[in-house]
Design a binder for this molecule. Structure first.
Ligand SMILES: [Zn+2]
Length: 600
């Protein structure tokens, strides 16, 4: 439990937090770059106390007493009993932990990943993690991405004394350079010749100052990218400069459980899928697994597989408008599935969901082997699970899409009807006519898909996707008269009771009203149990009694207690709400005060 540290914003395992300096009323933001010099001289601007495991004061850390300035202690990886102690029931009352021997972890990327992640897993979520003496402008973003909150300038200063000039992409020996390619106050105040002419000590100090300044700028950038929710994209760019860092990211991507528990369920911006590592993002894996586990197609006889479009949501694109027009009068008989990289299969009803409506991938027509294998595995799993739902599978695909589909169909022993000739664009008149006539031949009778029916399918599928399978049937009850208001995609689902839910296309989620929430509360784990109060604005972590383990940041949640019932948006994961003593757990959207009956 911490007293002076609080996490304010998260992006995966990375966090923006504030560390309060008591007495001075000043706060520092994490990810934080500490000035080692000011720490060692004592009473510097970064007034913090590190209590070593051998210190007589150490035992005080397990007592809940008031302390006056940020304090922390050391985690010794594996070799010290403290590792086990951290897991024990009695928590330490500190604001941060220092991961000792960090520089010795830099030998193998696998070891490095394991040590940092193990440390983060073992310490409470509302306590900061300081990995000392290894930060560089090259690795700072990756450290933040792993969940490191505090770094320092020890490495930057040390490298300065070794005559090393640090840059975002590499380190150069200043003796080999002909210019100072930087605009920091040091580099813009003198030429490289002037720097070389200085005494060894002065030169080292100038280099150390430059190294520190660019690290400082990097940390500021990282904070902005966490705030904007684009740290992952930045990390993918950053690690390119070093094979060690690229390897670290690849090992991190195998830590699915660690990142899944920390990655928001929705964001407001486009997910850029520009590198091989982008395919392994947790958002991609999560979407693919939810399409299998939390989605059931409407019962129709015919499955039509379509290619994706650059414009999202797909149905707003020109090509999909043409497909929809071509299918026209038969659309009520069919189910549309979009094949895409890297998400695999996107059922039409889920095209508004994050990240289906929020990704951007370079389109060249070339698919590498890994991309093909991944998308094929998604299609294979989807068809295998849902094959009994369909009598006929029509694929309006060509090129790599068609090859993937053909491979999967052969493996599953399924017959697929292809409606595109090779070298024929999917949206040509001939291809569209072929698509229409094949569907017509199988359907017999025409059946349009009304706006209401489409809307109900969307709400049902999105509810299942967000709140768990079966909740869609509770929200949109079979045979019930509901109406749909608003223009696609800003639909509202209205029953005789009033509005039940809305689509929030800016997040790729549906939001519930308390009326909608009442319908599904018994069937979903997305519940936050709160204490005996009526929340206003937001619910803080200490007010949470229990919370669904599956809740992630930005999830729509239902909260309830003896005095209140309502809906809101989670600002941290469910497990974090339970384990944290500080921070906003839920932003409240709608709350109903409950009348309590006095038993006395
Ligand atoms: Zn500089």
């Amino acid at each position: 439990m911490s007293r002076f540290y609080e996490v304010k914003k998260r992006d995966g395992a990375a966090r923006i937090g504030r560390l309060l300096l008591k007495g001075e009323g000043r706060e520092m933001q994490t990810p934080l770059l500490l000035d080692i010099e000011s720490l060692s001289s004592g009473g510097g601007e970064d007034k913090m106390e590190v209590i070593g495991v051998e210190s007589p004061l150490f035992t005080e850390l397990s007592k809940e007493e008031t302390w006056n300035a940020p304090r922390g202690t050391v985690i010794l990886p594996e070799i010290h009993p403290l590792s086990a102690k951290l897991k024990a029931a009695s928590p330490l009352f500190v604001d941060f932990f220092v991961l000792a021997f960090a520089s010795s972890m830099l030998h193998t990327p696998e070891d490095f990943v394991r040590r940092v992640i193990d440390a983060r897993r073992r310490i409470p979520p509302d306590v900061a993690l300081w990995v000392p003496a290894i930060a560089t402008v090259e690795n700072a973003a990756l450290l933040a991405y792993m969940g490191v909150d505090i770094i320092d300038d020890a490495n930057a200063v040390m490298k300065g004394y070794e005559g090393i000039y640090q840059l975002e992409e590499c380190e150069l020996r200043v003796d080999d350079m002909t210019d100072l390619p930087c605009n920091c106050p040091v580099c813009s105040s003198l030429s490289i010749e002037e720097m070389r002419a200085r005494s060894a000590k002065e030169r080292a100090e100038l280099l150390a100052k430059h190294n520190r300044l660019i690290l400082e700028r990097e940390v500021k950038k990282i904070r902005e990218y966490i705030r904007a929710g684009i740290l992952r994209e930045y990390v993918e760019m950053r690690v390119r400069s070093s094979s060690f860092l690229t390897a670290v990211l690849r090992f991190l991507d195998t830590e699915s459980e660690y990142f899944e528990r920390r990655t928001p369920v929705a964001r407001k911006h486009v997910m850029k899928v520009n590198t091989m590592e982008s395919l392994r993002r947790i958002e991609v894996k999560r979407f693919a697994s939810r399409v299998l586990d939390r989605y059931r197609p409407p019962s129709t006889q015919i499955l039509v597989i379509l290619p994706c479009s650059a414009k999202k949501p797909y149905s707003m694109s020109q090509s999909h408008r043409r497909f929809i027009t071509a299918i026209g009068d038969y659309r009520g008989n069919i189910h549309e599935l979009i094949l895409t990289s890297p998400l695999g299969t996107v059922p039409r009803e889920l095209e508004l969901v994050y990240p289906a409506a929020f990704y951007d991938i370079p389109v060249t027509g070339y698919w590498d082997a890994e991309e093909r294998a991944w998308v094929a595995s998604c299609l294979r799993a989807y068809l295998d699970r849902n094959r009994d739902n369909y009598d006929v599978v029509v694929a309006h695909l060509r090129g790599a899409y068609k090859e993937i589909c053909a491979t999967v169909a052969e493996e599953l022993g399924m017959e697929v009807i292809y409606t595109c000739e090779e070298n024929e664009k999917e949206y040509t008149k001939e291809a569209l006519e072929r698509l229409r006539s094949r569907i017509a031949a199988f359907c017999g009778a025409k059946r349009r898909l009304s706006r209401l029916e489409m809307g109900a399918r969307i709400f049902k599928a999105m509810a299942d996707y967000q709140f768990g399978l079966g909740t869609g049937d509770e929200l949109v009850k079979r045979g019930e008269r509901v109406t749909l208001t608003g223009k696609y995609p800003h639909f509202r689902l209205v029953s005789t009771e009033g509005v039940l839910a809305r689509i929030a296309p800016e997040y790729g989620l549906i939001t519930l009203t308390t009326k909608g929430a009442r319908r599904i509360e018994k069937f979903t784990p997305y519940i936050v149990e709160i204490g005996d109060f009526v929340p206003k604005g937001s619910i803080l972590a200490p007010g949470v009694v229990n919370a669904g383990e599956e809740i992630r940041e930005n999830d729509e949640v239902i909260f309830r207690g003896d005095k209140a019932f309502g809906v809101g948006r989670a600002k941290m994961s469910g497990w974090e709400m339970v384990e944290s003593e500080r921070g906003v757990a839920v932003n409240v959207r709608e709350v109903r005060a409950l009348k309590t009956v006095d038993c006395d």
